[in-house]
Design a protein around this ligand. Sequence first.
Ligand code: CP
Ligand code: NVA
Length: 314
Amino acid sequence: MNNKDLISIFDLEPVDIFKILTVSGELKKGKEKDSLPLKGKVVGMIFQKPSTRTRVSFEVGVYQLGGCAIFLNAQDLQLKRGESIKDTAKALSRYLDGIVIRAYAHEDVMELASYSTIPVINGLTDLLHPCQVISDVFTIMEKKNIDCSGQNISGFANIKVVYIGDGNNVANSWMNMASKLGMELVICVPEGYEPDNSILNQCVELKKETNTKISISHVPGEAVKNADVIYTDVWKSMGNKDGRKINKEDFQSFRVNSELLSGAGKDVIVMHCLPAHRGEEITDEVMDGSCSVVFDQAENRLHVQKAIMEILFK
Ligand code: CP
Ligand code: NVA
């Protein structure tokens, strides 16, 4: 991979994404039991926001690869008392072999990466959640039997992903990913909750190369027609330091329920990055139903992040 860091899917070329997916598949089969690629390495995990899956899967992943993870609650670092990101990056680079960071402001993560001499992985910002969507693509490959061994994006050409909910960090990263892999992506949001416009414009430029179809819809019943994947996320994300107001009333017809599901493709799978607010963006019936792959999806965070760390931190 040309980039030292993984801050955005835009840091990756399709060949890099395929490499991560291939290594993830090998790790899922237990490859690291023969070699410990992070032996002797120490990874710092800076978290400004809560996390269950990202924190635990990264920490467990580091240990399984033979390294050691140090959890750094942002409240306990001198950052909290005003030390600059630049000085923090320079100091931590003298001790650690890699950093995973979950932050509010995306710019803070970019600044940390720019002053660190070690690789930095974005574990979610207000703007993006790249590790989530790489792992989601791995889940889609498994569930839809897509073969990426030839490193060819054509396997994704017939996949239609419909994201329903708020145009948030996950939706933004999905646009990045779709533009790299050439899938059809419909972002279906209430009016006023569209994803980041500059990312959308960048994706429109990129999609000319990959033949991706990215569209914005405001009509869930229309959007899900022929969907292979219905994807949802919470209506109100953590943070939103930009002061964006979320009115849950605006989302009432954007709930993923059985009726909506019945209008999708016959082999549709339902995905959710979790945590879910059951009864809001997704009903119990769908989340626990036969189309739901949400816990396989959660498991795959571990395998995919191990692959990312093996490639970046080795
Ligand atoms: N999907 C995800 O990132 O979950 P956590 O917030 O629990 O890490
Ligand atoms: N959009 C959600 C994702 C959580 C994993 C949030 O930012 O809170």
